[in-house]
Design a protein around this ligand. Structure first.
Ligand SMILES: C[S@@+](CC[C@H](N)C(=O)[O-])C[C@H]1O[C@@H](n2cnc3c(N)ncnc32)[C@H](O)[C@@H]1O
Length: 277
């Protein structure tokens, strides 16, 4: 079978198994098996014949994808603002929206002492450390597994010495003061978890579950951030659909000002930024 025939067969199979974007998934998986830098490189090899040694690992990946294992777990990495991060079942798969959160923080000016709360794979903390060479960044997470992955990602990019990894509940292990507190905490309500796609259910529950209305963690973080931010310090939060007004109210009640709601790629109110004091 040629590259094109193998791709067509994999695409048909994934479509039958109700995998979204079956062609794109098939291309990513084949590019991975053939060690291509990106899937576009496949296009110039469409007529090349693939042997069993190349088809067997692809078959296995396509089978696992058809069972709902996320593409990113099968590929093992994701690109986040131009840096490659390892991703696996230990932490949430980084989402493209979170790049916007980091962009907002950079545009606002984060200062030099930054805390990333619920760091997961470390994408926020490590990207900020990479973009702000003078900054000291604390990466906090209650999950030792997530922190281990974040550490591996820091090593991958030579950033480990710039980051303090703290295994703690929210900001409890961080002495402060901070110029910026950035957080993409779990914000899905507990009842909603069961309704998520089979792919999302491969993310750790600890990375998703935000309690009864999804805002348990944001509610607890806000006073902690207020206590640890330097005067005028920035808070930047990623939140869920329909939560912006309530989060703005929580921030205002804790002496945050200049509260601004920002939208994501789908025009959904997804981020809040504000200054303390
Ligand atoms: C939605 S994930 C975000 C991961 C990463 N920051 C990102 O944007 O891809 C939320 C993270 O918060 C962590 N977390 C959950 N409860 C926490 C708590 N009480 N204190 C600190 N981290 C917590 C989870 O382990 C998870 O890594």
């Amino acid at each position: 079978m040629t590259v094109l025939e193998v791709l067509n067969a994999a695409t048909d199979f994934l479509r039958k198994c109700e995998v979204e974007s079956p062609r794109l998934n098939a291309e990513h998986l084949l590019a991975h098996v053939l060690h291509k830098k990106n899937r576009i490189e496949l296009y110039i090899e469409f007529e090349r014949t693939l042997g069993e040694a190349e088809r067997a690992p692809l078959r296995e990946l396509v089978r696992r994808r058809s069972e709902g294992i996320p593409l990113q777990h099968l590929l093992g990495t994701v690109d986040f603002m131009g840096l490659e991060f390892a991703t696996d079942a230990r932490a949430l798969i980084p989402r493209p929206e979170t790049e916007l959160l980091v962009g907002l923080v950079l545009a606002e000016g984060a200062g030099l002492r930054i805390a990333d709360v619920g760091t997961g794979s470390g994408v926020i903390a490590l990207t900020l450390a990479n973009k702000l060479p003078e900054a000291a960044v604390a990466a906090c997470d209650i999950s030792p597994d997530a922190l281990a992955l974040a550490r591996e990602n820091a090593d991958r990019h030579g950033l480990a010495r710039r980051i303090t990894f703290l295994e703690c509940d929210l900001l409890s292990g961080f002495d402060g003061p901070a110029d910026a507190v950035v957080a993409n905490l779990p914000y899905i309500s507990t009842v909603e978890i069961a309704t998520l796609s089979r792919e999302v259910r491969h993310d750790p529950v600890l990375a998703l579950d935000g309690g009864a209305d999804g805002l348990d963690l944001v509610r607890r973080l806000t006073p902690e951030a207020a206590a640890k931010l330097a005067p005028g310090g920035l808070v930047a939060l990623e939140i869920g659909l329909g939560q912006a007004a309530e989060v703005a109210r929580i921030l205002a009640a804790h002496n945050f000002r200049d509260i601004s709601i920002r939208r994501d790629y789908q025009n959904i109110e997804r981020f809040l930024i504000a200054r303390h004091g």
